[in-house]
Design a protein around this ligand. Structure first.
Ligand SMILES: Nc1c(C(=O)O)ncn1[C@@H]1O[C@H](COP(=O)(O)O)[C@@H](O)[C@H]1O
Length: 182
C-alpha cells in the first residue's frame, strides 16, 4: 500500500500555503533552493516525495489534499520522463509549477520537454532546468501569494531590493563605471 512518504511542514501556525513535491529523494539537492526561498520569504510549505511512476495511486490523494488545504500552488520537481507535474495538474485545479530536474543522461532536456509540452487544457507553469528553476518557482509562488498577502508582498519586495543592492555593491573594474553610474 502506497503511503504519503516524507512530510515536513514549515509555517505550521497557519498551515502550509504551498506544496512542494518531487519525484525522488535524489531530487532534493535541486529542490532545496525552493524550500530555502519559501522559508526566507515566510511562506508556509510542506514537502513530499511523490511519483507518477512509482506511487501512482498517491497522486489523486495528494491532489485532494492540496484542494482541502486550499494550497495556493504546488511546486513539482522531477527529472527524466518527468510526468509528475503534468499528472498532478490533471488531478487538481490547484496551479502546478513544474521544475525540470537536471538528468544525467540528457542534462535535463528530457525533463524540460516532458513538463513544458502539455496538451491544451491542462496547464503546468514550467521553470528553468535545475537550481534556478527551483528558486524561481518559489519566488513565483510567493508572488502569487503576494497578490492578497501584504506581509509576503513586503518580504518579496525586500528580497528584490537586497538582490539589486548586492549587484550594485559588487566590486567592479577600477576606472569603469558600475551599471547605472554616469
Ligand atoms: N520523473 C520522475 C517521476 C515522475 O514523473 O513521476 N518519478 C520519479 N522520477 C524521476 O526519476 C529520477 C531518478 O530517480 P531515482 O534517483 O530515484 O532513480 C528523479 O529525477 C525523479 O524525479
Amino acid at each position: 500500500m502506497e503511503r504519503l512518504e516524507e512530510t515536513q511542514t514549515q509555517g505550521a501556525q497557519t498551515g502550509p500555503q504551498v506544496g512542494v513535491v518531487m519525484g525522488s529523494r535524489s531530487d532534493f539537492e535541486t529542490m532545496q533552493g525552493a524550500l530555502e526561498t519559501l522559508a526566507a520569504l515566510g511562506v508556509g510549505y510542506e514537502v513530499r516525495v511523490l511519483s507518477a511512476h512509482r506511487t501512482p495511486g498517491l497522486l489523486s490523494t495528494y491532489a485532494a489534499r492540496a484542494e482541502r488545504l486550499n494550497l495556493t500552488c504546488i511546486i513539482a520537481g522531477a527529472g527524466g520522463a518527468a510526468h509528475l507535474p503534468g499528472m498532478l495538474a490533471a488531478f487538481t485545479r490547484v496551479p502546478v509549477l513544474g521544475v525540470p530536474v537536471q538528468s544525467r543522461a540528457l542534462s535535463g532536456q528530457d525533463s524540460l520537454l516532458s513538463i513544458v509540452q502539455m496538451p491544451a487544457g491542462i496547464p503546468v507553469a514550467t521553470f528553468a532546468i535545475g537550481a534556478a528553476g527551483a528558486k524561481n518557482a518559489a519566488l513565483f509562488a510567493a508572488a502569487m501569494l503576494a497578490v492578497t498577502d501584504s506581509d509576503v508582498r513586503d518580504r518579496l519586495q525586500a528580497y528584490r531590493d537586497a538582490q539589486t543592492r548586492a549587484v550594485l555593491d559588487e566590486p567592479w573594474f577600477e576606472g569603469h563605471p558600475q551599471a547605472g553610474e554616469a
